[in-house]
Each structure stands twice: as structure tokens, then as C-alpha cells.
Write a new protein. Sequence first.
Length: 239
Amino acid sequence: RRELLVEAGGYSREFPEALEFDLLLRLIEQGGMSGLAHLSEPLLICDAPELKDNPDEQKALKRHLGKRGYQAEVSSAQPGTYKIDYRHAHRPAVSILLHSQDNLPELQRCLQSILQRTRYQRYEVLIGDNASTSAELSTWLDRQEQVSGRVRVFRAEQRMSPAALRNLISQEAGGEYLILLDAESQIVNVGWIESLLNQAQRPEVGVVGAKLVDGEGAVTQAGLVLGLNGGVGSGFVGE
């Protein structure tokens, strides 16, 4: 609608190499995301733009983030893409929830990776044991509570679904944010919690997922995309 473009001020001379990008950001500032819509039918066919570093785009993005109250840092890992560090001042407590069910080797590796490769300090680990029968696992769980001030163990009296167990132990969590971590996972990036909180602390965000890779470094999960593979799917799997 022409009047919306006029109200937003049209193109800005401040960012001559990022006219459309800057205008789009100002339209969002003016009317929010609800003023934008996606059309599934192509209206224009043209050559794909060459991805390159664009200082005007970075400046426009930083201006937009400042308008929203963020003292953010914008960097470019590769041409045409931008990584935003929102620089949140708040450092919330985080509770990591693990599921235990006669899976001692996997649980040992997972917990060790958390304790050794987590830079963020305000976290606790809650292990929910789903009525395991292994005496060795039970002894190991007792030991973890004794030697680590970060670990608490909760034991279910009878088997329940993993989801029900997580719901149960989440009621005992002391953190503002919950991380649901599979015991078969291992931490590889020391800044993993900071990366999750960088997105999770945005007011419009409810859930954040991490990129998962296998032992060879290939992607196994990188978020879900509506419309991919017929309904919903994860992009870049195997790459």
C-alpha cells in the first residue's frame, strides 16, 4: 500500500546500497510483523543476487536493533549472512533436564561433556531417573549428587513417558529457562548456552532449537521448515 511506504518515509539516502532492506525494517518498526504477508505464488522472476558483504545492510540492521532497544553487535560469518549478538544484560539461571533409564554409558558421556564444556556458570543439571533397574546406574547417580553441586537426581517410582518425567522434574527446576537435552547428546561448543539464550531472551521467541551434528560433523537436525519434504522437514541434513 502506497500510503504505508509514504508514512515510513520511503527509501533512505542513508543506506544507498540497502534501500529495500532498510525500508523493510522500518515497515516492521512501524506496523510490526503482522503488517507483512507471504505470497506463495511468484510475482517476479529474476537472477539470484550475488551474495557479498554489504556494510549498508549491516548498518541498517544495527540501526533497527538499536531502535528496538538492543545494544547489539552484528557480524558476518559469510557474505550475505549476518550473525546478531543481542548483548542481553540479564544472565538468567538455566536448568538442564536429562532423562535416565538404564543408559549409564550415554548418560556418563553426556554429563561429562556438560560439566567440562560449558562456559556459562548459572546452570544446574536435573536428572530424572525413569525407574531404572541398574544398580550400577543408581550408585553412579548417588555419586554425582555428592560430588557435584550442580547435579540433582529425581527418581520416578514407576515407569512413565519421557515427556511426563520431564514435566515432573521441571517443577523442581530453579532456572528461568529449561534445556531439554537427550542423554545421547554431547556438548561440543563451550558457548552453547549463551547461543541458546541469545535467541531465547528475545520477547517474541518461545522455543529455541540447536543445530545437531553427528560424529562426522554432518547435520542431523537444524530446525524444522514448514513445507519441506511434503509437510515439515529439517533442512541441510547430511551436509
